[in-house]
Ligand binder design. Structure first.
Ligand code: GDD
Ligand code: MG
Length: 334
């Protein structure tokens, strides 16, 4: 099966991290997010993926310079200017006339993609949308359905009081070639605001499946942290990263890390490659990236310190995501 992964957006809500690294290449528990997504696609039989790039495209082509990952053959297409979600899919899928799986490049999920595609085939749908349930649907595409899964409406980001259901577009689709054919080429088109609503003019085309699988859009600082927490806590499988060793339940350590005997690590915790945790330091519900140093007597709680962050002696970091290559003396204890 072939997939298109939409990774063209600027990830504005994760600035400043996304000024230099596109959102899908940011790590989640020390693995670039998109690698987690490609491993998930591969586990459901995807063998070819087109990455639909717009923002910082070289970051992807350099990262995947071999053109393969996890057994998936990768192809890269770059939009000169943003074509929107449907325009981006159309452009990326040029030359493909098979059924395709499409995913937003910022959704962490363990959806059973195989069962999802089978549902789509059983219904004879032209397009099928995976749905997730959220408390506040106003930041998403809201998708009420009939009992058999046929979509009643697709309402992108309605005011909260106007959302008819809490089931939202989870950002994973299966599309038949005729859907792609109807998207005008090289124009900015939104699948959420144009393609899906238009399909509803004819019955029997657009279906959706409710799923209670793990699901999270990593695109805000709060959700980015939540993704780390959930992955390290084992909500998407264990270990959270290949090769990590459990030091105690829920406390994972990667190779080359050095941890003082009297440091206190409280799960869920992931200590990255070559990271250092000094004497008397406390690390709780946090992820340290590769080469991070938490000096003696420092405390890190509910935080993510990305690659090579240096934390000065006696610092306290609480509820922060700290960027790459930063030295920090910090007191969040108040
Ligand atoms: N190639 C390309 N071109 N990709 C784009 C473009 C574009 O012009 N614009 C956005 N994307 C990509 C983003 O990189 C991201 O992977 C995906 O499309 C969705 O864009 P977001 O900016 O993250 O949208 P959102 O999170 O506000 O809403 C979307 O996702 C929700 C689920 O997380 C919508 O699809 C909602 O309906 C959905 O509920
Ligand atoms: Mg998003």
């Amino acid at each position: 099966m072939k997939a298109v992964v939409l990774v063209g957006g600027q990830g504005t809500r994760l600035r400043p991290l996304t000024y230099t690294t596109p959102k899908p290449l940011l790590p989640i528990a020390n693995v670039p997010f998109i690698e987690r997504q490609l491993m998930w696609l591969a586990s459901h039989g995807v063998t070819e993926a087109v990455l639909s790039l717009g923002y910082l495209p070289e970051a992807f082509t350099e990262h995947f310079s071999e053109g393969y990952f996890s057994g998936i053959k990768l192809r890269f297409v770059v939009e000169d200017e943003p074509l929107g979600t449907a325009g981006g899919i159309r452009f990326a899928a040029d030359g493909i006339d098979d059924r395709v799986v499409v995913c937003n490049g910022d959704v962490l999920t363990d959806l059973d993609l195989t069962a999802f595609v089978n549902f789509h085939i059983d219904r004879g749908a032209e397009a099928t949308i995976s749905l997730a349930k959220v408390d506040d649907p106003s930041g998403f595409g809201v998708v009420p359905t009939h009992d058999d899964g046929e979509v009643i409406a697709f309402i992108e980001k309605p005011p909260r009081e106007q959302a008819p259901t809490n089931w939202i577009n989870a950002g994973t689709y299966v599309l038949e070639p005729e859907v792609l054919d109807r998207i005008p080429a090289r124009l900015n088109v939104s699948i959420e605001r144009e393609t899906f609503p238009r399909m509803l003019e004819n019955p029997g085309r657009l279906y959706a499946v409710q799923s209670d699988s793990y699901w999270l859009d990593i695109g805000t600082p709060q959700k980015f942290f939540e993704a780390h927490h959930d992955v390290v806590a084992g909500r998407l499988g264990s270990p959270p990263i290949a090769g990590a060793i459990a030091r105690s339940p829920g406390v994972w350590v990667q190779s080359g890390a050095v941890i003082a005997d009297d440091a206190i690590l409280t799960a869920p915790v992931l200590i990255g490659e070559r990271a250092i945790v000094g004497s008397g330091a406390v690390v709780e519900d946090s992820v340290l990236g590769p080469g991070v140093e938490v000096s003696a007597e420092s405390t890190v709680r509910h935080s993510v310190l990305l690659t090579n962050v240096f934390l000065a002696r006696g610092s306290t970091v609480n509820q922060k995501v700290v960027a790459v290559d930063v030295s920090l003396a910090c007191d969040d204890s108040a």
